[in-house]
Design a protein around this ligand. Structure first.
Ligand code: ASP
Length: 281
């Protein structure tokens, strides 16, 4: 069974005229990811490529579209986990890296560590030929307007290639965050998790997500419940502590789960046996 679910953030999407374009794009990412899976690409590669597409798009809070922090610059977090090996790679607070998910992937594959932060992560990226961009790459009129605005547009993907499940996430964090703030996204178990049974990625207010270790929390309910019920239970638990987030997941059989208690969440998924991508906000 091959399957992919992607998200483009949970939140209020206050810039409503952008919603159709963003829905179309997450659907496109799921579709292209699924085509790559059918061509035989590995789940790790597909998850990285899917997240990279979203990082390169200016309307999502990751990579190019990252929110600015309180001092008006971008600090990004990303993480990836290969459920078949329980291998982890994550980066936090990185600046001027075009695709933080690629850096997280390199930490997973080429270092003996799980998480690198700030300067150390950037140094590691330089050692491994990661692409760096000048600060103006991140400054658009939109982002400067949002500087006063909303939250909640991280990106993520969970991919099953028939053998393994991989979860990947990338974010610019919350708007106007304190310099040095790290959200849930690079924290294994909170922002992302994968094993042989299921994979999951969270989005929303990182400070809330961490309280319930939201991505790993699914294991409290799954496999006793279906993956979709398990995901909904996790979001209900979060509502009880007044947290706000979205969660996407899939299990080893390609069953899909997603839920959110925000106004909406950009999501799209497709799996074998399904005619076309299902997605929305
Ligand atoms: N979870 C991310 C963070 O707190 C933000 C988001 O999902 O939009 O950094």
């Amino acid at each position: 069974m091959k399957a992919i679910i992607v998200h483009g953030g949970a939140g209020d999407a206050k810039i409503t005229h952008e919603i159709p374009e963003r829905v179309q794009f997450v659907k496109k990412v799921a579709e292209e990811g699924f085509t790559l899976l059918k061509e035989g690409l590995d789940a790790v590669e597909v998850a990285v490529r899917a997240v990279k597409m979203l990082e390169d798009h200016p309307l999502f809070d990751a990579g190019r579209g990252s929110y600015l922090n309180e001092e008006g610059f971008v600090e990004m977090d990303a993480g990836i986990m290969d459920g078949s090996k329980l291998s982890i790679g994550a980066v936090a607070g990185v600046r001027n890296v075009k695709n933080p998910i690629e850096l997280a992937y390199l930490v997973m594959e080429k270092s003996s560590h799980n998480i690198l932060i700030g300067n150390g992560a950037e140094k590691f990226g330089k050692e491994h030929g990661v692409e760096f961009v000048p600060p103006y790459y991140f400054y658009s009129e939109r982002i400067i307007k949002i500087f006063e605005g909303t939250y909640g547009d991280t990106v993520g993907a969970v991919v099953l290639d028939g053998k393994k499940i991989v979860s990947a996430v990338s974010t610019g964090g919350t708007p106007k965050k304190h310099v040095g703030r790290v959200g849930d996204s690079p924290i294994v178990g909170s922002g992302f998790y994968a094993n042989d049974e299921f994979g999951a990625v969270s989005t929303g207010i990182g400070e809330d997500i961490m309280k319930l270790v939201l991505s790993f929390r699914i294991s409290l309910y799954y496999p006793k419940y279906t993956i979709n019920e398990a995901v909904k239970n996790c979001i209900d638990d979060l509502s009880r502590i007044n947290g706000r987030a979205g969660l996407i997941a899939l299990d080893k059989n390609g069953n899909i789960g997603y839920a959110f208690n925000t106004k909406g969440m950009f999501f799209a998924y497709i799996k074998e046996g399904q005619d076309s991508v299902i997605g929305g906000f």
